[in-house]
Design a protein around this ligand. Structure first.
Ligand SMILES: Cc1ncc(COP(=O)(O)O)c(C=O)c1O
Length: 448
């Protein structure tokens, strides 16, 4: 299967497509429908469930020997988890609540790794109760706790191996040093009679140095060898997260490096199972957020004659879906939808974009050129699936946006037994031709 074929859009071309957007034409049609035809003012998401399924196909194509365990922290949307369960994707959970949520989708416990190296006692007890057996560790206190609470657990030692460049490095908080700490920890595990079964690492979320996977896999092999001197026969290699998500990204390069590193360092260990914990890879491009401009403040020149800058207030901010701006200083790239038919897009002016809370920190864009927009116009933000809703809150009483889900009829048939969302609340996209009426009936039933 070639990449071009996989990337073929399953949705029909819409005559209403907002050509500037990279999202699927069906998503664009739905946005157009909600913003033009429906009396709508709240911000809203469209989640394209097909996008997640296509990402999974792509994963299987590039990394056929590495089983994906989706990192639930990235976005714990129940319906997305249900689709993943149905498609055979496994899960990386960091807490009791994440484990419960995944189990509620009908997923079995053997498809979950409890991949939080530092776990509260109650969460370990819960894992023991429900039988989530595989868990990571990187310090002595975890071994002591696990020995008391869940001595039959299968343990994975998390080592540190960081990319030179990543959006969110994790090495300061997690992962033990392969040379200085691993020997001490394995000695303790052995003395406590614990079952260590493998090695994990996370090179950093939003990794921008694919070559780090080579170093990490080679380091992991050293630890497999070292552990065998204690009598441990490791059977699991967990290559963590860090894979890019979003439109226009690909795991091709990382996959090439991972596959050759596995060939080079692990070809003589055929019983080893390879897993990964992709988060943003799976969900980033599936979510498109549309926000309403509800207030505008004009800033005038010193003579008070001409507008020199416009401040746009929109109904989602840094305490909600845009929390990554505070954490990772991300820049945004909104697409504007104006009601003015004659809007001259060449006439841009200096503008800033602000979220709805009363906090001065709640600024989304400091200064960018935008067309002259009005109250009631919209801004669309793509690639909004990762670490957005899962990490946001309704500060100041501004609720997180509602999500509308769309899926093609074919895929709906495949996942309907696991999906708790009734068909009436889904936007079923006709694969042959776009039918806005189906959006209308779906919308009537799930009105905000
Ligand atoms: C243990 C673990 N696994 C997986 C992930 C997912 O990482 P990403 O979204 O970069 O794939 C994270 C992110 O913080 C993590 O902490």
């Amino acid at each position: 299967m070639d990449e071009g074929k996989l990337a073929t859009m399953k949705f029909p071309k819409s005559q209403h497509a907002l050509t500037e957007l990279k999202s699927d034409p069906a998503v664009l049609s739905i946005i157009k429908y909600f913003t033009e035809k429906v009396d709508q003012e709240e911000a809203f998401y469209i989640c394209n469930l097909n996008d997640i399924i296509e990402r999974h196909d792509m994963w299987k194509y590039y990394l056929p020997n590495v089983a994906p365990y989706y990192a639930v922290k990235c976005h714990d949307d129940k319906h997305v988890l249900e689709v993943m369960t149905s498609k055979g994707i496994n899960f990386d959970c960091a807490s009791k609540a994440e484990i419960s949520k995944v189990l509620s989708t009908g997923c079995s416990t053997d498809r979950i790794i409890f991949a939080n190296p530092a776990k509260p006692i109650g969460h370990i007890k819960f894992a023991a109760e429900v039988g989530v057996n595989t868990m990571t560790f990187d310090n002595e206190s975890e071994l002591v706790k696990i020995q008391k609470l869940y001595p039959s657990a299968s343990l994975v030692i998390r080592i540190k191996c960081e990319a030179i460049d990543a959006v969110r490095p994790l090495g300061k908080k997690f992962g033990c040093d392969p040379v200085k700490e691993v020997p001490r920890l394995l000695r303790l595990a052995e003395s406590l009679n614990l079952n260590v079964i493998g090695v994990s690492f996370h090179v950093g979320s939003g990794c921008r140095e694919p070559e780090v996977f080579w170093r990490a896999i080679s380091e992991a092999r050293n630890i497999f060898n070292y552990a065998s001197t204690f009598g441990y026969k490791f059977t699991l290699l967990d290559i963590g997260g860090g894979y890019p998500g979003g439109h226009g990204t690909s795991i091709k390069k990382i996959a090439g490096i991972v596959n050759s590193a596995l060939d080079t360092y692990f070809h003589d260990l055929p019983d080893v199972k390879y897993i990964a914990e992709p988060g943003r890879y799976f969900v980033t491009s599936a979510y498109t957020l549309t926000c309403n401009i509800y207030s505008i403040r004009n800033i005038y020149d010193e003579n008070n004659n001409e507008i020199t800058h416009k401040m746009y207030y929109i109904n989602e901010g840094v305490y909600g879906s845009f929390n990554r701006i505070l954490r990772a200083h991300r820049t945004l790239d909104p697409i504007t939808l104006s009601k003015k038919p004659d809007l001259d897009k060449s006439k841009h002016m200096s503008s800033s974009i602000w979220g709805p809370s009363c906090d001065g920190l709640d600024q989304l864009v400091e200064d960018m050129e935008l067309p002259d927009l009005e109250v009631g116009d919209w801004m669309v933000f793509e690639d909004m699936g990762a670490y957005t809703l899962s990490a946001g809150c309704a500060f100041n009483g501004f609720p997180l946006p509602k999500v509308h889900y769309c899926i093609t009829q074919n895929e709906w048939l495949n996942v309907k037994d696991t999906l708790s969302l009734p068909k009436a609340k889904l936007i079923i996209v006709n694969e042959k031709e776009p039918k806005l009426e189906t959006f209308e009936s779906a919308y009537d039933k799930c009105r905000i």
